[in-house]
Design a protein around this ligand. Sequence first.
Ligand SMILES: NC(=O)c1ccc[n+]([C@@H]2O[C@H](COP(=O)([O-])OP(=O)(O)OC[C@H]3O[C@@H](n4cnc5c(N)ncnc54)[C@H](OP(=O)(O)O)[C@@H]3O)[C@@H](O)[C@H]2O)c1
Length: 282
Amino acid sequence: MYLVTGATGHVGGPVARQLHEQGHSVRALVRDPSRAAGLSAGIELAAGDLDDPESVAKAVTGAEAIFLMHAGTGTGQTTTMIAAAQDAAVPRIVLLSSAGARLLPLDANPMGAAFAAREQLLRESGLGVTCLRPDAFASNAFAWRDSIRAGKVTDPTGDGVLAVIDPEDIARVAVAALTDGGHAGKGYLLTGPQALTAREQAVTIAEVTGRPVDFRDVTPHEFAQAAIQQGTQPGQAQLMERVYEVYRARRSVNITDDVENITGTAPATFRDWCERHADAFR
Ligand SMILES: NC(=O)c1ccc[n+]([C@@H]2O[C@H](COP(=O)([O-])OP(=O)(O)OC[C@H]3O[C@@H](n4cnc5c(N)ncnc54)[C@H](OP(=O)(O)O)[C@@H]3O)[C@@H](O)[C@H]2O)c1
């Protein structure tokens, strides 16, 4: 049995589904089973919370390997999972980390620093650990859903490019790493096949959906100030401002062939992802 966290999310959902489709036994740790109605009937649900060590300890019992999507800030949920896995003698954890864990300088990218700290804790745990470090998810474009419908997208990343990856491809690598112990001790930088600016992504969505989009470039500072006015906590907005500055400075892109090397199939393009999800933007 494989334990999957974040199973109602963009990556954990496909991880649980793909494992189940391949005939593996799957248990999903979910905070609210009523929100997990989209999961296949054959997937066992374990009600629990990554911030509740007792529920995590129960959920890991009998697992062959764990897919860990650390949902909170800091390192607490990873520490909880390591302790539970050690107590239950679960040998392997596959961590959904981030390309940001390797994006230097880490102190200009505090979210990346948190991922790096979680990876370090896992390495020190003695468990068989695989770190998946994806670039930006194609599903981040869902944040533009209302803007696309309104025909106007505002973005702070300028000429910065991201090697956007389809969450289904991250899940395919996760499934390989969960089911084949040969990936323990490895870290993979997971990217889509192309480096795209936000403008190029918006144009792709416009072409696929047939809805014209007016794209407006703003600075990271202007974007953060607007977010604060709309209710984002100032600390969170400042954090995002620094991350956008890194992207805007074109500090972030690498294209790797890890997805194809591990799964035997090339990763999907952003256009492929848009074609599968076009209705969400109409
Ligand atoms: N977006 C990107 O571009 C990007 C790039 C690299 C790495 N990442 C990392 O990928 C992860 C996000 O993955 P995703 O997009 O698949 O997530 P997502 O779609 O935002 O889903 C979050 C999942 O976490 C669960 N969750 C939240 N708090 C929880 C808790 N306290 N205990 C147990 N489960 C909890 C949610 O379950 P409920 O149903 O209970 O809400 C949901 O299943 C983050 O760690 C992020 O930093 C993202």
